[in-house]
Design a protein around this ligand. Structure first.
Ligand SMILES: Nc1ncnc2c1ncn2[C@@H]1O[C@H](COP(=O)(O)OP(=O)(O)OP(=O)(O)O)[C@@H](O)[C@H]1O
Length: 218
């Protein structure tokens, strides 16, 4: 799905944190949102994912204006089309690894019918196979990040919103995560990644500089 932000602005606590950002995120490629710390990458990602309302401008998905979507329409969008790997990982510490993968509770509170084979596959791809019955709260930060990615793999949504996916990872796991995200894109998904990681940026076909007027590099 094509997501377009047109001249969007967001103010938080009376301060403008996003000022007229425009970006096109196409299916089949990874789009990187880059910029200095505090430039608004996470804010923009949240706007594109309809997690945060915009004060000005519009968000189009496949040409449809979704800017004014109400709560029910947003929930439908999250349920039917989106997967999120956000900075707080959205992991439920008191639940098992398996539960965290097969339920989409962090963002949309929805049950996904469990498919064990798919569950194991999604954990295998992030190096967490065999950990399905452990409490998620016992995982390290990097493992939780990979668990969040397993959940996205399991859901296999049209659009993947990913915030700093490699921040807590060592070189091997970083490479693995980059390859997994690239694979989503190869399979025609829209992948939007907020990142500081030069390896991650190199793997993206479109780079959007947040907080700059020169918004389109590709
Ligand atoms: N809930 C909030 N309340 C107050 N200020 C906020 C909130 N969310 C974001 N901001 C502010 O908006 C600005 C942009 O934040 P954002 O997290 O989008 O930046 P970022 O580019 O993702 O930063 P980083 O690379 O450090 O993660 C920051 O100055 C931040 O303090």
């Amino acid at each position: 799905m094509l997501i377009e932000a047109q001249d969007i602005s967001v103010a938080i606590g009376g301060r403008i944190v996003l000022d007229g950002a425009s970006v096109r995120c196409k299916p089949g490629i990874m789009t990187a949102l880059v910029g200095a710390s505090g430039s608004g990458k996470t804010t923009l990602l949240h706007c594109l994912g309809l997690l945060l309302p915009v004060d000005k401008g519009s968000i189009l998905i496949d040409g449809k204006d979704v800017t004014k979507y109400g709560a029910a329409a947003r929930r439908r969008f999250w349920r039917d089309h989106a997967a999120f790997v956000l900075q707080d990982y959205g992991i439920m510490d008191e639940e098992s690894v398996a539960f965290n993968v097969t339920m989409q509770a962090s963002v949309i509170g929805r049950h996904v019918s469990g498919n064990k084979e798919q569950l194991i596959q999604s954990l295998e791809q992030t190096g967490l196979k065999g950990r399905e019955n452990e409490l998620a709260g016992h995982l390290s930060g990097g493992e939780k990040q990979r668990l969040a990615l397993s959940r996205a793999i399991y859901k296999d949504a049209d659009i993947l919103f990913v915030d700093e996916p490699t921040a807590s990872l060592d070189a091997t796991n970083r490479r693995m995560v980059i390859e997994l995200l690239a694979d989503f894109a190869v399979r025609g998904r829209t992948v939007i990644v907020s990142t500081h990681d030069s390896e991650m940026i190199d793997a993206c076909s479109a780079i959007h500089q947040v907080g700059s007027e020169a918004r389109h590099i590709n």
